[in-house]
Design a protein around this ligand. Structure first.
Ligand SMILES: Nc1ncnc2c1ncn2[C@@H]1O[C@H](COP(=O)(O)OP(=O)(O)OP(=O)(O)O)[C@@H](O)[C@H]1O
Ligand SMILES: [Mg+2]
Ligand SMILES: [Zn+2]
Length: 508
């Protein structure tokens, strides 16, 4: 007898459809899996057989062929167990084929028949919706994230026995109900708590509004980390389509499936010891997203920038440039989205006091040189805003806070982001000025005469690279958006040029 069941295998952040066909006939008993399974899938044969027995079902001694189609798609991981089990049970007559039609079944089985969570549950629901399935069966631990997707009925399954009882109609299970969105913001660390630092706060606002990359350079204890940690609360919540993409990434990478759609923009601050694979993704076995993808639609914060490994920093170039990471595996190309703003902080020299008015720098020129050399020109080039942060004076530190609150600044950021969303139209992840391509700049950054003259002279005087010039234009566009201006005026361009401090060499 032949039975079939639809299932899925992970592919990048998405899931690809797989059809399981189980053929059972008389002959010398044997069981075979064909159709490009990886090692984890091959082991599935023994897990599934034990699970079926331990749930009390008889398996007559037969020739069993399990075919996974399409044959040229490499099937990975443990998503297929539950689908194989129910198709096998249908092939030996424990349930009818009609019960499997129109359903998508995904789950890993334990030997005792319990259904274990898989990575990427939300992507499975997305696939089921696109295939027009009437129902998707998933491990109970993945039900919440899949239900949050909301466009296909999701049934959470605890054991193989439960799945069979549900499918045959003996004990039907209710569909999972989505939890309210996870937008319970943790206590806000307010921008107003940071004293002084008007210039750095302004740069933070511009970075938040336009999704720009930002580097703070300043002496120890001037408030760089303090400022950086206040960026996430300046950003508007994720839109629904962004939330789906972001949740898919986190579902693949996390140890536990998410409890619903993520709504807050990610803020990732990996340790300086992070490996290249940890930072940008990949690794042995099933490729996993790295920190750059976990920061997708949000912020990647690298505090103490020169302490990161040079290789890891160099590897940031592809995601910074393309907004995604491509991994080539066994003749297939996988991509992970990685469109984030880079926020970084560093001291100007190893002792930290170069340029500090109150303390003398004790570093030798060679030490300073070596410290700076850890950051390559091309990486600095890709950072739109370079900001020198000075130490704050005692009077300022002890005075009552005078600056604007996070809520006030966040409102201006939200308004500027609305202007940008209109500029980009629908269907773009992170519709912010930082994503403008060179061709878009001509359309969206019209300069008046004075602005044009200013830009030309800065280009010569500062010996800007073409890339740096484009960054100036994008930042100027954001400054104009914050001001509600349509055209770029000289004042917008002048402010944007100020943020190229490191192109002139860092002589503070
Ligand atoms: N502008 C400021 N307003 C209020 N408090 C400040 C300010 N700057 C520094 N502080 C105080 O100093 C502490 C250290 O600041 P922070 O960690 O941000 O310094 P940093 O610039 O990151 O230094 P480092 O280079 O050593 O990492 C803060 O926890 C805060 O208590
Ligand atoms: Mg710090
Ligand atoms: Zn120094």
């Amino acid at each position: 007898m032949l039975a079939q069941c639809r299932t899925a295998t992970p592919w990048g952040i998405d899931a690809r459809p797989v059809r399981i066909e189980v053929d059972v006939h008389h002959g010398l008993p044997s069981t075979q899996i064909v159709g490009l399974p990886d090692a984890a899938v091959r082991e599935s044969r023994e897990r599934v057989r034990s699970a079926i027995r331990n749930c009390g079902f008889e398996l007559p001694p037969r020739v069993v062929i399990i075919n996974l189609a399409p044959a040229d798609l490499r099937k990975q991981g443990n998503h297929l167990d539950l689908g194989i089990a129910v198709a096998w049970l249908a092939a030996v007559g424990h349930l009818t084929q009609a019960r499997l039609d129109g359903r998508l079944v995904v789950g890993e089985l334990g030997l005792d028949g319990t259904v274990r969570p898989v990575r990427g549950g939300l992507a499975v629901a997305d696939l089921a919706h696109r295939l027009g399935c009437r129902e998707v069966l998933l491990p109970i631990a993945n039900a919440a994230e899949a239900a949050a997707y909301g466009r296909v009925p999701v049934v959470g399954i605890g054991t193989l026995g439960e799945a069979v009882a549900h499918l045959t109609g003996v004990r039907p299970l209710a569909c999972a109900v989505p939890e309210p969105d996870d937008d319970t913001a943790p206590p806000v660390a307010d921008l107003a708590e940071v004293r002084g630092q008007q210039g750095a706060k302004r740069a933070l606002e511009i970075a938040a509004a336009g999704g720009h990359n930002l580097l703070f350079v300043g002496p120890p204890g001037c408030g760089k980390t303090l400022l950086a940690r206040r960026l996430p609360d300046l950003l508007p919540p994720l839109t629904r389509s962004e939330a789906i993409e972001v949740t898919k990434v986190h579902s693949l990478a996390g140890d536990e499936p998410p409890a619903g759609l993520l709504r807050r923009r990610p803020f990732r601050s990996p340790h300086p010891g992070v490996s290249t694979a940890g930072l940008i993704g990949g690794g042995a076995g099933v490729p996993r997203p790295g920190e750059t993808s976990l920061a997708h639609c949000g912020v990647l914060f690298l505090d103490e920038l020169p302490e990161y490994k040079r290789d890891a920093l160099e590897a940031l170039r592809q995601p910074l440039e393309e907004g995604r990471l491509t991994i080539v595996r066994s003749r297939a190309r996988l991509t992970f989205p990685a469109r984030f703003s880079l926020l970084a902080a560093m001291n100007p020299c190893p002792c930290g006091h170069l340029g500090d008015e109150r303390r003398e720098c004790r570093c030798t020129p060679t030490q300073i040189e070596r410290y700076r050399a850890r950051l390559s020109g091309p990486l600095l080039d890709r950072i739109d805003l370079h900001v020198e942060v000075a130490a704050v004076g005692l009077a300022e530190l002890t005075a009552a806070p005078t600056g604007e609150t996070t809520a006030v600044v966040a409102e201006r950021v939200a308004a500027a982001r609305r202007v940008q969303a209109e500029r980009f139209g629908d269907g773009v992840a992170m519709p912010v000025n930082a994503s403008l391509g060179p061709a878009d700049l001509e359309v969206h950054c019209p300069l008046d005469d004075a602005a044009e003259r200013l830009l030309t002279s800065a280009f010569e005087r500062l010996a800007l690279s073409a890339r740096a010039l484009h960054r100036v234009l994008k930042v100027a566009r954001t400054i104009a958006d914050l001001a509600g201006a349509r055209d770029l005026a000289a004042s917008h361009v002048a402010e944007a040029i100020q943020y190229r401090a490191l192109d002139r060499g860092l002589d503070l």
